[in-house]
Design a protein around this ligand. Sequence first.
Ligand SMILES: Cc1ncc(COP(=O)(O)O)c(C=O)c1O
Length: 360
Amino acid sequence: MSRVFNFSAGPAALPEPVLQRAQAEWMDFRGAGMSVMEMSHRGKTFMQVAEKAENDLRTLLAVPEDYAVLFLQGGATGQFAAVPLNLRNGSQGMDYIDTGAWSGKAIKEAQKYGPVNIVASSQSHGYASIPDPATWKLDPDAAYVHYTPNETIGGVEFHFVPDTGTVPLVADMSSTILSRPLEVSRYGVIYAGAQKNIGPAGLTLVIVRRDLLERKSPTVPAVFDYALQTKNDSMYNTPPTLAWYLSGLVFEWLLELGGLAAMGEINRRKAGKLYHFVDNSEFYRNPVEPSARSWMNVPFILADDALDGSFLKQAAEAGLSGLKGHRSVGGMRASLYNAVPEAAVDTLVEFMADFEQRHA
Ligand SMILES: Cc1ncc(COP(=O)(O)O)c(C=O)c1O
């Protein structure tokens, strides 16, 4: 068996110890005589899995007691609709910060439910920076302020938490959650699709401050109803049990590694190595303003895009997978999520240096 270094943006690499443990538990889950995905979600065995995953996540993120943690479905895209449906009941406007492809999709979805104010946008800068907070036109009466802390496609990241006063801050953390410590109490709602730093696709994590649970619109679908799902421990309907279990194994792996402070240091080093190499090369370029560069998704372009095809082909031959940039922007992108080891970055940098030497 040979596994590649996987730089995919999502679904993405999972930690090998997690895959090995799942494999060992696959046929007979902890003496139940069946696999974890074949048993009732309401039985004692799965309930223990579910509770442990939630408790471990709470420990990792130091989630305060006045926040509910939900394990839902529908992806982050489902949350683009769930957020307005849960947090707005009346005529209030919704503030959105536009920093690229994913915030754009969140905006488009929210517009179906009420007036959206785009309080700041980096569109005129090619989405290569974060708009200066001093210029944001926040509405003090808005239902909430939504932003995308890490734009997975553009490789642009907020390295600060926006101050929105008493207006709840909502964050799509799909591609940055668990990459380093986080101050949950700064947020009203945090949501994330699982398939990058949490676990496999099919699970959506939502962390919501409990005082926001009763704001919902009467038309919110039951499966997306934060209050209803909180009351039912995320089991109002059948949850994605396999993804929940696997995510729990990822949380255990993170705790064993030393938690998010330790993970954050590793991630800082990984990203630092790749940016340092790109910045010192005449052949590769990263288009993002240095203060807004993502730790998780590093886009880079080659001096001559006619070489893109051979770069990808040779990278694949060298065991480096998933480097093709998003179809909307082209070029390359290396996603450096938690499960991508530092050795993967070292190997990538070596490969890039060698390719440059042969083609520059
Ligand atoms: C920042 C961000 N938001 C939203 C999404 C959409 O997530 P999903 O496919 O889980 O709906 C993605 C997917 O890559 C993403 O990176």
